[in-house]
Ligand binder design. Sequence first.
Ligand SMILES: NC(=O)c1ccc[n+]([C@@H]2O[C@H](COP(=O)([O-])OP(=O)(O)OC[C@H]3O[C@@H](n4cnc5c(N)ncnc54)[C@H](OP(=O)(O)O)[C@@H]3O)[C@@H](O)[C@H]2O)c1
Length: 297
Amino acid sequence: METSKILNGKDVAEYINHKSGELVQKLKAQNIHPGLVVILVGDDPASAVYVRSKGRMCEKLGILSATHTLPATTSETELLELISNLNNDQAYHGILVQLPLPDHIDEQKIIEAINPLKDVDCFHPKNVGLLTIGTPYLLPCTPAGIIEIFKYYKIATNEKDVVIIGRSNIVGKPVANILLQKSEFANATVTVVHSRTKNISKYTKEADIIVAAIGQPAFLTADMIKEGAVLVDVGINRVDDSTAKRGYRLMGDIDYADVYEKCSAITPVPGGVGPMTISMLMRNTIQATIKQTDANL
Ligand SMILES: NC(=O)c1ccc[n+]([C@@H]2O[C@H](COP(=O)([O-])OP(=O)(O)OC[C@H]3O[C@@H](n4cnc5c(N)ncnc54)[C@H](OP(=O)(O)O)[C@@H]3O)[C@@H](O)[C@H]2O)c1
């Protein structure tokens, strides 16, 4: 299979991680040690896997990391107290609360309790607002990862018609906000479609670039796109597969085999947007460190 169509997120992540590692060394030479603290509440296995891989990546890049693993019965007050302590802990420049949280905890209240300067996920309303008005503090990780893929593969977005499928606060809306900015690798005409859109194909068929972020396996098919479209697949769906060792395999929101011939470029799942998210988290931790200290770079 020809590989030039594949937008390989692992390659892009490796390139960025290398630069991040170099920055960490420069900071350490100034006695500044970037630190990320992750809070995991409950025993969701997928969340535990994500948290472990974040810790491993910190270690690889020389970032100080700590994980607070709390039982599912942790109260909202206890979690707020921990966040308040970490907000004042100079050792950590980034705080990440792994979502989702147990139902009895108000997720939004927790997000708003994090010091915006340490909000490396960029979910705090202050940081969402700064992004919306075009003066971001940091960029949220998954959307930033998509932009870095465009940069690495020189996929221009200027003047392009982009359709985003999905309007979540984590992916769809921030991707739209970033691509609307008046800057390079933005300046796009953005349409966001979602579960209440009457005829999604009507929009996707006209799009130069499609970003799919809905959590529905193989939703986007060849008949929904135009010839030569660039496709970004954010979806991570577990589908049963008795031939796979784990009994399931990962599938994106795009029907990869179906669209492959018709599109001009596509991010695979796994190995596309996924590796970028963690890479951007590392970069955000380093950037947050620089902004909170008197680093001289
Ligand atoms: N690669 C990564 O690092 C990464 C990071 C984050 C998320 N993800 C994956 O990306 C996917 C989306 O994540 P998310 O957090 O954005 O999900 P989410 O919060 O569940 O939002 C899903 C969005 O998709 C829309 N939607 C759902 N079914 C639809 C359908 N049949 N047609 C049109 N729109 C539909 C929903 O519309 P309504 O608003 O109308 O309900 C909603 O806006 C998931 O598979 C997730 O695992 C991957």
